[in-house]
Design a protein around this ligand. Sequence first.
Ligand SMILES: C[C@@H](N)C(=O)N[C@H](C)C(=O)O
Ligand SMILES: [Zn+2]
Length: 239
Amino acid sequence: MAFLPPVVARLMDQVVKPAALVLGLSTLVPPAEARTDRPATFVDVAQLVPGLILDVRYHGADNFVGTRVDGYEAARCFLTRPAAEALAKVAEDARRQGYLLKLFDCYRPARAVAHFARWAADLADERTKATYYPDLDKSELFKEGYIASRSGHSRGSTLDLTLVHAATGAEADMGTPFDLFSPLSWPDSDAVTASQKANRIRLADLMKRHGFAPFAKEWWHFTLKDEPFPNTYFDFPIR
Ligand SMILES: C[C@@H](N)C(=O)N[C@H](C)C(=O)O
Ligand SMILES: [Zn+2]
């Protein structure tokens, strides 16, 4: 982080950081160790994996913030090479089963997470509540774990995705849309139909077979278990 005058630094340490932590918003203060360079090991997934569908939701306005998110300067999807190579195997298996992969988010700059935190702190702005968090208070989204204050996405080996029927182009019915922050989106939810549950299991099985770990609160979110940067958060923009 840039040099701060002692009085400001003290204010940050004694007031802002503790308050942010209580609110579950530690990224109000961006992690000091976020790297702003793009290591050569990050690859443009679309160039490595044929047939992917990209719907980079934080590049447009169709997301819970309701605007383009900081750091998303292009609708591109970057992952570390090991994650992209594992995803290529997932895509091959999925195609054999009659499905394509649709990616919603891949590497996420730390500045995007900071944007999420600023949005979450503005409790008066509830424009996207009905679509994205109908049953939760906005103040609970970080605390309940639906949005991470230090996201695995910023480490470059985490992605959000779904399955698409290759024959029709229709998304597989997962019971909820992407980024519905609700217990209904928990992969194990019993409130979805048997066929929706089967679709979630199909996606999770494909991902697990190639080294990705699922997330208990979002059926679409997976992290490569053997990720190359388990402790490094990046902040280069997507362009
Ligand atoms: C915001 C949602 N798409 C997501 O990725 N949530 C997890 C918990 C994260 O922010 O890392
Ligand atoms: Zn995610």
